[in-house]
Write a protein that binds this ligand. Structure first.
Ligand code: SF4
Length: 363
């Protein structure tokens, strides 16, 4: 990765983002072709293995316990249920399973042991396994790596400046610290964000600066468009235009040329033509299944029809990095240390989040 630029500034990224659209598309597509097959798009399946009841206050998230949304909370799925879902996903063309749990952080214990077993099980199905479980310590990241985890997702969400308008229960640096813990293992990093949360274009560029100046850059960057869910503090925010999404994808592709750029939440609002433009601009992964954790997503059959129309081929697993080995629990060299990741408790208040919490109490 020696030819990758790591000293991006916000001004440079803004200049790319604001390039006239035709030129931007051309530049992004050119960079894309240098490191990726433009006709290959990875299909990933996102499984919510534990839904709802999260103690955090992310302003966009229906899984935060403090807001009143229609989300039905669930306890942790069983390993056999996860295996069945992974097999289904594999049969319909997915090469990666991402398991999400609505936790602030990982806690050592029976539930984490189950998650480790899920990782072993899916890796043995020869699929890439990704987890998004909140903050992790170095020891927990090493245990995940030893089980055969391929990627750990921990999104920065937005710029450091705008972060304070979205979340008050943790700080931007806490996110970077977890990414740092994952980087102490062989697990690849997946980290991106959400656009359309009321941020400025400068914040989009700011988030890309934070990601693109990491060394190494994240192997995977999901770009989500806000899905405004009733009951969350962001319920009234209008959807962004497809052009914002295309610009964001293209800019991400140019500043992180080797990264897998993932078209994530918000695809139901996009036409096929809009999605095709995102693929042309460098997106090379989609999430499949009718739900993305808790928000709607296009049906798998619709996606496969789109692939046919565009002549796209689902990417095989482990194209970018070899499959990790799985060490069985009985042979593990790591013990559960019972530690908690350290995180800051910023003292700022987000009026919008407080109002949503009060409204929920009245319902
Ligand atoms: S985004 Fe994650 S951490 Fe934030 S409230 Fe939702 S589940 Fe919790």
């Amino acid at each position: 990765m020696s030819d990758i630029k790591h000293d991006w500034t916000k001004e440079q990224i803004l200049e790319i983002y604001n390039t006239p659209m035709m030129e931007l598309l051309y530049q992004a597509a050119t960079v894309h072709r240098e490191s990726h097959d433009p006709n290959s798009v990875q299909v990933s399946t996102l499984l919510s293995i534990k839904t709802g009841g999260c103690p955090e206050d992310c302003g966009y998230c229906p899984q935060a316990a403090r807001y009143h949304t229609d989300i039905e909370g669930n306890d942790l799925m069983t390993v056999s249920h996860v295996k069945a879902q992974a097999l289904r996903a594999k049969a319909s063309g997915s090469s990666r399973v991402c398991m999400g749990a609505a936790w602030r952080n990982v806690k050592d214990g029976a539930e984490f042991d189950d998650v480790l077993e899920m990782v072993r099980t899916i890796n043995k199905l020869d699929m890439e396994v990704c987890c998004t479980l909140g903050m992790v310590t170095e020891n927990q990241a090493k245990r995940l790596a030893e089980a055969g985890l391929y990627a750990y997702n921990h999104n920065l969400d937005t710029s450091e400046d705008y972060y304070k308008d979205v979340i008050s229960t943790r700080a931007f640096q806490d996110r970077l610290d977890t990414i740092d813990n994952v980087r102490k293992t062989n697990v690849t990093v997946c980290s991106g964000g959400i656009i359309g949360m009321g941020e400025k274009v400068e914040d989009r560029a700011g988030m890309l600066v934070a990601l693109a100046t990491l060394n190494p850059q994240p192997e995977s960057v999901p770009i989500n468009a806000l899905v405004a869910v009733e009951g969350t503090p962001m319920e009234d925010i209008e959807p962004i235009s497809i052009w914002d999404m295309v610009r964001m994808v293209a800019t991400t592709r140019i500043v992180m040329p080797q990264t897998q750029v993932r078209l994530s939440a918000g695809r139901t609002e996009m036409s096929r033509e809009g999605q095709a433009m995102c693929f042309f601009a460098g997106a090379n992964s989609i999430f499949a299944g009718d739900k993305l954790l808790t928000t709607p997503n296009p049906d798998v059959n619709e996606d496969m029809e789109m692939f046919k129309t565009l002549g796209l081929i689902p990417q095989k697993p482990f194209v970018k990095k070899a499959q990790p080995e799985t060490v069985e629990a009985s042979e593990s060299e790591f013990n559960a240390l019972g530690e908690k990741p350290k995180w800051s408790r910023p003292d700022h208040i987000i009026e919008r989040n407080i109002e949503a919490k009060q409204k929920a109490k009245l319902q």
